[in-house]
Design a protein around this ligand. Structure first.
Ligand code: PLP
Length: 391
């Protein structure tokens, strides 16, 4: 590693997270590991850790992602976006499950040559207005056409929740709409029915007609527990949430869960250069004045890597130091202490949590992970083995 900047990906923690999720929510038959966008930027190799933890189906965005995922697992892979018909041969050759989104797509599909078994999941638009059937009638027509095809296996039906449904009425509304649209097909005879994602899993009781759940952010260490504990802040939060629950008539919501999951990504860099500065000196692109005498440490990480001044601090030997300026590839940090070139610097990890960074940036963990650029080397650690990977 020449540029001493890397994301440490703890595969064993991901495996542990998955085991804990399944232990706490054991009543599903299918646990989908959502590994879109390179496993939420943790690297697709984490598929191996998820499988060790008990994931028995994977979900990706595109055929390209499905083919990358296939390198690491023999488990089934569902593509959540619609794959253009001209790529169906690649789908069949690599045993990828496709999403069916409309009657037109079904007609195109059955006009083609489906020369071998093809598993399909029917997507239902229960309220997100993104993908899927929104009418019972066209769903029934599609179902009947597919059922008559000897190589097509209608393996699943699914939908996606737009919100957590904890502070709004949309969760229950979407469940109602899903059941209404699917009443035209024999839902009970379809092997896999899945609606939930991380938030719905931890906030709501299991839906009796679902035997699958899609796990995303929770596998990567975020259980969305809301800390409605006995602290003043917790009590106020709990009160507000219960008021909203009452307002929207929401039943059976879990505000605080005890799921024991931890983040699996830590981000490190190192001191590349160090110089003395005096009060009044200007740093970077003349963005910030130094207020007292000290040192500027230059780090090989910048906004092209997804890290900028809004991160506010870095941690060195357990102590926080302010980021004064950012450039495309470098950050400048102020210290009163002399710190040697080569010293390791934590951007987030044990001393600065991902939650702290998200708070500073006013974003959530989903967005933070996507900000961390693929230029950053990943060091994947799993079962005592360490591998440097570039994706
Ligand atoms: C269709 C679908 N299912 C599941 C997920 C996983 O969501 P989460 O990370 O909230 O569990 C996503 C994420 O984008 C998704 O698009």
């Amino acid at each position: 590693m020449q540029r001493k900047t890397y994301a440490l990906i703890d595969g064993d923690q991901i495996c542990k997270n998955v085991k804990n999720i399944i232990k706490n929510y054991p009543d599903y038959r299918y646990y989908f590991g959502v590994v879109k966008n390179n496993s939420y930027h943790h690297g697709i190799k984490t598929v191996i850790d998820m499988e060790r933890g008990g994931i028995n189906y994977f979900a990706v965005s595109s055929l390209e992602e499905a083919l990358e995922t296939r390198k690491y697992t023999k488990k089934p892979i569902l593509c959540l976006e619609v794959i253009p018909i001209e790529f169906i041969d690649d789908v069949i050759n690599n045993d990828i499950t496709i999403t069916i989104d409309s009657l037109n797509y079904v007609k195109e599909l059955i006009n083609g040559d489906i020369y071998d078994k093809l598993k399909v999941h029917l997507a239902i638009d229960s309220g997100m207005r993104r993908l899927g059937f929104w009418e019972s009638k066209s769903l029934k027509e599609a179902y009947l056409l597919l059922k008559d095809e000897k190589n097509i296996i209608i393996e699943g039906v699914y939908s996606h929740f737009a919100t957590s449904g904890v502070m709004d009425p949309y969760y229950e509304k979407q469940v109602e709409v899903f059941l209404d649209i699917t009443k035209s097909i024999p839902l009970k005879s379809i092997p896999i029915v899945h609606m939930g994602r991380s938030l719905s899993l931890v906030n709501h009781p299991k839906l009796s007609f679902c035997n699958g759940v899609r796990l995303g952010i929770v596998m990567y260490g975020f259980s969305q527990s809301r800390e409605v504990d006995n602290s003043l802040k917790g009590k106020i939060r709990g009160m507000k949430m219960r008021q909203l629950q009452k307002k929207y008539g929401i039943k059976d919501v879990t505000l605080q869960n005890d799921l024991d999951v931890l983040p699996a990504m830590k981000l490190y860099t190192s001191v590349m250069s160090e110089r003395k500065v005096s009060a009044g000196d200007v740093v970077g692109y003349c963005t910030k004045k130094v207020e007292e005498d000290g040192y500027i440490l230059t780090l090989p990480i910048g906004y092209a890597d997804g890290v900028d001044v809004r991160f506010k601090n870095v941690s060195i030997n357990g102590k926080l130091y302010p980021i004064l300026a950012d450039c495309m590839d470098m950050l400048m940090v102020f210290t009163k202490d002399y710190i040697e070139v080569g010293t390791e610097v934590e951007v987030f990890g044990d001393n600065i949590s991902i939650k702290d960074v998200c708070r500073n940036l006013k974003i959530n963990a989903y967005h933070l992970f996507q900000m961390i650029s693929s230029r950053i080397l990943k060091v994947h650690v799993s079962k005592g083995e360490k591998e440097e990977i570039r994706y």
